[in-house]
Design a protein around this ligand. Structure first.
Ligand code: ZN
Ligand code: ZN
Ligand code: ZN
Ligand code: ZN
Length: 439
């Protein structure tokens, strides 16, 4: 305490000597200082003052210093943002931040600064960082929205014209350009006549569909198509919006929900060749073998990859698909799949919400998306419902048929007086995927 007081007193003495030059060095005359310009000694920063100094032109040993006030921060009007939060930076470049706060997320985007958070950390389908949900439930848990698939047709000219421009030239058999051929059958051969292209616009995804020949109801034929009846014509581009898939919760237990699409999402054959009986690994594979079917391959390689992104895939469980229960003939081995069709037995399970008989019933009647209609599924006069495949092979026609649900909700197959099953090469049947979701 004493020491510091002493130093302070000495400082004042030195200062006084400089200002009042009358008490200058011995033998020198007192003069009025002739001060030069103030010059910066240390620059002020945002938070700390600096100093300036001036020197006497008559005697450079005479100097004077004065403090310069701190600049103060100059906060940017715009938000700066990073993974942790948003803030204003100082435009003086001091590196300080102001108004720093964690993002206020709503559906993965900050409502304050607009930051879009992409590296979600999902647990039980909810991101622990922003609260974005991989799936949403409604109807007291009877419906789940999860994954995306092209569904409703986009008819607004303002949108379709921009999409058409982005899609570029139309595909031809010789040059598909940016488009991808569906690889559908035509007259028994895989032929390039129907294409699609996925385009992003304003953070929404769209699928364009274009075909130069009609997609026929039998893989082997070049006639009988329902695309025109459904309102979809050759040589025209149609656009469909990717929308959340609505799933019906059939069962929910032990943290796992068994789901089926609540609408027909697509259409196609079960297997392309009803005349082909193959020998594989010493066994006989009939056209209605589910394990070796086109429809199973399509669900796994095409539907699954289109409908779910990386995070969504992580909460879809691999199911042991029972291909034998209730199957009298042509049963295939059980399969381990992430996506599958329901079986005839499952489609009559009362605990899933179906009636226990095969009879026509509303519990099994399904409508179809615009996209599925554009794929050519068969309409019924005066009905808004369509038929859809089950995975169960049927025994009546020598391995050429499989079960389906009719547009009236009847489980068809096995019982001749109910009309039997469907030839597996029938293309104009709906596809209704099923999955098990880890909740
Ligand atoms: Zn002087
Ligand atoms: Zn600053
Ligand atoms: Zn923010
Ligand atoms: Zn997140």
């Amino acid at each position: 305490m004493k020491k510091s007081k002493l130093f302070a007193a000495a400082g004042i003495a030195v200062c006084a000597a400089l200002v009042f030059a009358a008490c200058g060095p011995k033998g020198e005359e007192a003069h009025t200082h002739d001060w030069g310009e103030w010059k910066e000694v240390s620059a002020p920063t945002c938070e700390q003052g600096g100093t300036e100094k001036r020197t006497c032109r008559s005697d450079p040993s005479h100097t004077e210093t004065r403090p310069v006030g701190a600049l103060g921060h100059k906060w940017s009007a715009e938000w700066s943002k990073d993974e942790k939060g948003h803030y204003h930076v100082c435009e003086n470049g001091c590196g300080k931040h102001e108004g720093e706060a964690a993002h206020a997320y709503k559906e993965g985007a900050c409502t304050v600064c607009g930051y879009i958070h992409l590296s979600h950390q999902y647990e039980a389908g909810v991101c622990g960082v922003c609260g974005k949900r991989l799936y949403t439930e409604s109807g007291e848990g009877s419906l789940i929205y999860f994954g995306e698939y092209p569904q409703s047709e986009v008819k607004e000219e303002a949108v379709t014209s921009v999409l058409a421009e982005k899609a570029g030239d139309l595909p031809t058999e010789e040059n598909a350009g940016n488009w991808t051929s569906y690889g559908y059958y035509y007259g028994g051969e895989v032929t390039d006549y129907m294409w699609y292209i996925d385009v992003e616009l304003d953070e929404s995804r769209y699928r364009g569909v274009y075909f130069t020949e009609e997609r026929n109801c039998k893989t082997s034929s070049t006639f009988l198509s329902y695309q025109g009846d459904n309102g979809y014509l050759t040589e025209t581009v149609y656009w469909f919006r990717f929308e959340p898939i609505e799933w019906r919760v059939l069962e929910n237990k032990d943290g796992t929900a068994l789901l089926m699409a609540n609408i027909i999402l697509d259409g196609g054959q079960y297997y392309h060749d009803i005349g082909e009986i193959r020998t594989q690994d010493g066994g006989t594979v009939y056209p209605n073998n589910y394990k070796e079917s086109d429809i199973r391959k399509w669900l796994i390689e095409n539907f699954y990859e289109t409908a779910f992104d990386g995070a969504a895939k992580q909460i879809i469980e691999t199911s042991t698909v029972d291909n034998r229960t209730g199957v009298q003939d042509y049963a295939s081995e059980d399969t381990q799949d992430k996506v599958f069709l329901l079986s005839a037995v499952e489609a009559e399970n009362e605990s899933y919400g179906f009636v226990t008989s095969a009879s026509a019933n509303a519990s099994r009647q399904l409508k179809a998306t615009d996209y599925a209609k554009a794929q050519g599924i068969q309409p019924t006069k005066d009905s808004e419902y369509f038929s859809w495949w089950l995975r169960t092979p049927e025994k009546q026609a020598g391995g050429k048929t499989a079960f389906k649900v009719s547009e009236t909700g009847m489980v068809r197959g096995g019982v001749w007086w109910m009309g039997g099953g469907e030839y597996v090469n029938y293309v104009c049947n709906g596809i209704v995927p099923a999955i098990r979701l880890h909740l």
